[in-house]
Design a protein around this ligand. Sequence first.
Ligand code: 5GP
Ligand code: ZN
Length: 143
Amino acid sequence: MDCIFCEIASKDSEAEIVFENEKFIAFLDINPINYGHTLIIPKVHYDNFLTMPVEELTAMTKLGQYLAGSIKRALKADGFNIISNNGLSAGQSVFHFHYHIIPRYDNDFQMRPRTIEYKSSEIESYAEKIRESILKYESLLNG
Ligand code: 5GP
Ligand code: ZN
């Protein structure tokens, strides 16, 4: 498969690696939003957040918490974004699951999305659709 992150994980492509263990690898994004913008990936290829097995996701999130603290301290950041884009419409451009950790400094935040407004009782109907979908597959959550 043609996947740049698989190539980085297998060392067939170069990257500025900051952390590696048996399952995960973290490296600097080549087009950073801020210096030190880091990506964490599983070494095994999963397309996105939904296809990542939950045990792997839990381990990667735990690692993300540790690395975010390390990055914040190392770069004296005031805060950070930890985000994951899923699907073309959400801005995903590399279809190998990853977290972005983006160091942030006071007044540098430029990613605030435009917001829209619910009309009359629309908020209830959106919530109802989501509640129905949650209930339909609840056994997956508790099973
Ligand atoms: P996405 O848009 O999928 O959420 O994020 C993919 C990220 O991977 C982008 O921020 C992009 O700059 C970064 N990226 C793409 N190709 C490479 C590469 O070859 N090396 C590194 N280090 N980062 C890459
Ligand atoms: Zn891959």
